[in-house]
Write a protein that binds this ligand. Structure first.
Ligand SMILES: [Fe+2]
Length: 99
């Protein structure tokens, strides 16, 4: 059985704001595998609102892609956001970031 620490290392999304882009990579220490049978299927970007979390972007990934997305920082307004990365085998992992 894989430890929770190992699961965290390869599932926890990492948000990098670089120049004019938001880059989200899945896996802090180890890039998550992208195989037909085991992959990051969806990365959601959600915004905190008074009514709860509001989905603002959804990226569906295929097994031949990297577990990484990029979009212009101008696509979203200055706010606090939550990233959710969904593995088809190992649940959803999330983190917050502020623009
Ligand atoms: Fe996984």
């Amino acid at each position: 059985m894989i430890s929770l620490t190992k699961q965290w290392e390869k599932h926890q999304p990492l948000v990098i704001i670089k120049e004019e882009n938001v880059i989200i990579k899945v896996g802090r220490e180890i890039e998550h595998p992208m195989l037909e049978m085991h992959l990051i299927e969806i990365i959601d970007v959600l915004k905190y609102t008074k009514a709860g979390l509001l989905r603002v972007k959804t990226f569906e990934l295929k097994f031949w892609e990297k577990p990484e997305i990029i979009f212009p920082v101008s696509d979203i307004k200055a706010w606090t956001y939550k990233i959710q990365a969904r593995c088809n085998l190992h649940w959803t992992w999330d983190d917050d970031f502020v623009i």
